[in-house]
Design a protein around this ligand. Structure first.
Ligand SMILES: C[S@@+](CC[C@H](N)C(=O)[O-])C[C@H]1O[C@@H](n2cnc3c(N)ncnc32)[C@H](O)[C@@H]1O
Length: 362
């Protein structure tokens, strides 16, 4: 077996069989993994079939102007919907710059079967060919972080997956989708975070979008573009300062604002303290397009109404949590749906309201 060493790591190529439907399916392809050798036996012997995708194809890939190709909504997509399920054609180590990398990438490409190989070679490459070999440039441009299980005593290493579809999504600093990686089925699922109109571009995030604009732009330089998304292309310095401050406030939210659990038991705080602060967070989220952050705040508002015993408002906010989480976080969605059906099942239903009544009648 060919292997390449990097300090204590020994990278090998491994073809991981993946099945399109169930494990008895005869339709088998392989994902080619360039990984540290101890990770190979730690992989599941076979991956579970991926979750079923949507009934109709909800996206198409088309010209996105200066951004190259991009991914677009094929029809109106409601918030919380599963847009696509995608499996990596190849997995490569991130941030490894050893001289053997070129040889390893050269060996990786022929192991990818057709037509996946053509798909990979057609992906964008932000690196000039004089600077690095094409396949390395393609991996550098398109691979994004996935987690593999690392056995104890194995050097920590980040890996990126090269995906046939998700790799076509361009970056935006306020995005309309979230991506969830599942090692057991070796797949990512992409969900809408808000309603997406037919023809609207579908985005991914390449970097930490809570960072200030100058930091985001510096981080995106590795992809060789200046981000001109509506959250970066702002009219003046005041607008930039406002946006940076909103993102910083959201990042440090729990150091700055009341949290649900302590508030729920602290009768010295006003009854609407968490509701008011969470509504402010949702305004900032809307302003910055950071919809991936909205569920915990909606949940806090719903639970605040629950401890206040306000069934109507609890139901309205809990329903938003259910709608957004149905695909991405079904357990959470089920929990809130069961409380909507029977609010008294929530163990602290009306607790604050009862405390207030008791204080008044004492
Ligand atoms: C993962 S690929 C995305 C798909 C790519 N546009 C294509 O044609 O296949 C990343 C590359 O897309 C381009 N890109 C992504 N987001 C962009 C943005 N917001 N503005 C300009 N270019 C962008 C950059 O060239 C970047 O290196």
């Amino acid at each position: 077996m060919v292997a390449w060493t990097n300090g204590s790591q020994t990278f090998v190529l491994h073809n991981a069989p993946i099945f399109d439907n169930d494990e008895s399916s005869t339709i088998e392809s392989a994902s080619v993994l360039l990984i540290d050798a101890p990770l190979v036996p730690a992989l599941p012997p076979t991956f579970k079939p991926p979750p079923p995708g949507p009934n109709a194809c909800l996206f198409f890939v088309a010209d996105a102007g200066a951004k190259g190709a991009g991914m677009f909504a094929a029809q109106d997509i409601p918030a919380g919907a599963l847009i696509l399920v995608d499996r990596p054609i190849a997995v490569v180590p991130s941030n490894v710059s050893s001289p053997w990398k070129r040889e390893a990438f050269d060996a990786l490409i022929p192991r990818i079967s057709q037509p996946s190989r053509d798909t990979v070679l057609a992906l964008a490459n932000c690196k000039p060919v004089e600077e690095c070999p094409v396949i390395e440039g393609i991996a550098y441009t398109n691979a994004f972080g996935i987690q593999l299980s690392t056995p104890p005593d194995t050097a920590p290493q980040e890996y990126g997956g090269i995906f046939p579809n998700v790799s076509r999504a361009n970056h935006r600093c306020g995005l309309n989708t979230a991506i969830k990686w599942d090692l057991a089925s070796f797949s990512v699922s992409m969900f809408s975070l808000r309603p997406v109109r037919a023809g609207e571009e579908i985005h991914n995030q390449y970097i930490d979008v809570l960072a200030p604009r100058h930091v985001r732009r510096a981080q995106l330089a590795r992809y060789d573009f200046d981000c001109m998304c509506p959250h970066c292309d702002l009219p003046d310095d005041d607008a930039v300062a406002r946006s940076d401050a909103a993102r910083a406030e959201l990042r440090d939210w729990h150091q700055l604002h009341p949290r649900f659990l302590p508030w729920s038991m602290d009768m010295c705080r006003s009854d609407d303290a968490v509701i008011v602060s969470s509504l402010r967070a949702l305004d900032l989220i809307e302003q910055e397009g950071l919809y991936g952050m909205q569920v915990p705040f909606m949940e806090d508002i719903a639970l605040s109404y629950a401890v206040l015993g306000d069934e109507q408002r609890f139901g309205e906010w809990a329903q938003k949590v259910v709608d957004l989480c149905a695909g991405q976080d079904p357990e959470r969605a089920q929990k809130f749906a069961s409380w909507i059906a029977n609010p008294q099942k929530y163990s602290r239903w009306g607790w604050r309201a009862k405390q207030r009544q008791r204080t008044c009648s004492d």
